[in-house]
Design a binder for this molecule. Sequence first.
Ligand SMILES: Cc1cc2nc3c(=O)[nH]c(=O)nc-3n(C[C@H](O)[C@H](O)[C@H](O)COP(=O)(O)OP(=O)(O)OC[C@H]3O[C@@H](n4cnc5c(N)ncnc54)[C@H](O)[C@@H]3O)c2cc1C
Length: 440
Amino acid sequence: MKLGGWGRYPVTDCTVTAPRTPDALAEARTSGPLIARGNGRAYGDSALNEDNTVSMRHFNRIIAFDEVTGQLTAEAGVMLGDVIDAFLPRGWFPAVTPGTKYVTLGGMAAADVHGKNHHIDGGFGNYIDWLDLMGPDGTVTRASRNENADLFDWTVGGMGLTGVILRMALRLRRVETGWIRQRAQAAPNLAAAMEAFEAAQDAPYSVAWIDCLSTGDALGRSIIMLGEHAPLDRLPTRFRQIPFGPPPRKKRKIPFNLPGFALNKWTVSAFNAAYYRLNARKTGTTYVPWDTYFYPLDSILGWNRIYGRRGFVQFQCVLPDDAARAGLEKLLRTIAHAGQGSFLAVLKKLGPEGGRLSFPMPGYTLALDFPVSDKVLTLMDQLDRITLDHGGRFYLAKDARLSSDILHAADPRADAFAAMRRDTGADTAFASLQSERLGL
Ligand SMILES: Cc1cc2nc3c(=O)[nH]c(=O)nc-3n(C[C@H](O)[C@H](O)[C@H](O)COP(=O)(O)OP(=O)(O)OC[C@H]3O[C@@H](n4cnc5c(N)ncnc54)[C@H](O)[C@@H]3O)c2cc1C
């Protein structure tokens, strides 16, 4: 069947199986190297293998929950949204969440996803107590920080290339309500945005939306959104009747691919300028439901189709603290100069590293979506170079087109990862289009 990632680039014919038991999964292994697939929310080709893509959607049972510690034991194909539906009404929320709840626990572990709280809490891997992994020979090994620690560290962030995660135990976070107290502020340029992040180190959640087509004194102007879980006694009275928030909003659907010309430098620039002006007027404190705060895009099902038939690519890098300001300015200037703006340009501060191949490092991460075109692909090569020159690295869960040379030059851990795969035989058992392209 034709299969792609969330960016719908690349799309390719893949043989897909969906085993229901560990034995059937072990059997799938015998027909050549495979890649596990969660819910296909990685943007590029990390969950694609033309000969053997194994969907984990049937491994979707919740196994146990400890009401005292918040430890949840669940199969890897369980969706994050289902965890929230089941446990938020009991006062528990994921300790780390990406910007969509349509991801599986296995996919979150394999990418060691980060949330808006990475600067304080680190990545998803920090909350995994153990995981069970089916390795190259079909046997299942439990790995944790104390048991098979190397395997654990390579698997968290290892993009499915160390084995297939069957189940895991992870810790949820206690919350009193499902409301987020949000404080929004406008920053007229990049320097002001970065100052705002530095001043907000204690804010549990922080993220900025950047107008990536603004130039000159307004280069990097942003709306910064800080957030924290609202305690019950701080909630406005009218919300206390529904402490875990209103039912999620009705979802709208994008029914067809928009024509490619709908997104161009003028429409994107007009959108970005209007968004900045509108939100700059609405700064201040508000209480927003968890769904609106964490997953604004989920309310428009299939929004990836607005980019048209050719699909879209995301560029996401992280730059270390000392080079971040210079590097970000250069990235933003290059994007604005190319006239290739992005609707979604997001800036975040990240904290300490996680697993051995995990993306985050202390510094700033910039993420931007672009509709695929030759011009955009050329621009992205330039952005790669700038990232490399500033000591940065790239997020594999968003990548669809990075070159092996750039990856290995930017991230020496990639060589060690590939060597580990050769030593353990993982290289002949697990492979994706991405791992082949990137020489992992
Ligand atoms: C709108 C949107 C917002 C996002 N926001 C963020 C964000 O804020 N932060 C962030 O870090 N990421 C973010 N992401 C990326 C997303 O969280 C990751 O790509 C995640 O890995 C997707 O999970 P999935 O279950 O869909 O996995 P898939 O896309 O199916 O697979 C992703 C990777 O996980 C591996 N994998 C999946 N299941 C298993 C398994 N059982 N065992 C072993 N390997 C497995 C695959 O082989 C592949 O390498 C976002 C994505 C979208 C679409």
